[in-house]
Write a protein that binds this ligand. Sequence first.
Ligand SMILES: [Zn+2]
Length: 158
Amino acid sequence: MDMGTFTIGRIAGIRIRLSWSFFAVFLLVVWALAENVFPERNANLSDATYIAMGLIGGLLFFGSVLVHELGHALQARREGLEVDGITLWLLGGVAAFKGDYPGPWSELRVAAAGPASSGSSTATPASLATPSAPAPCPSASPAPRSTCGSRPRRWPTS
Ligand SMILES: [Zn+2]
């Protein structure tokens, strides 16, 4: 165990660590959401509800950081690098590798994999949650798997 960090588990064999500094910024994010953001946007809820919403928001925020770092780490492993692990800390996350990149394109792919993971992890829920008008179908649509004219997908409601 490194000074100031502890392991919380593994994802796809990659060790995930938390730094104690993570908790300071996690509490700051939860506090900002529960005290300011959510009460401004959703008035008249209980304090416990705002705190629960803040905790969920904080977990989703750091979950998105973890997805980003996993993108870097999994691509690095594909490129033949040894992945030492991912550490979440005060300023976000760090994926650590051992060894040298086989070449500049390899390094570029590892660098791009983080933002690509972030983009795909946010685009999917956004496309599900954003109501939109159905796309118009061309009169003779050649694409049998086209989604034109289909109903927009939404989050399930009870
Ligand atoms: Zn990154």
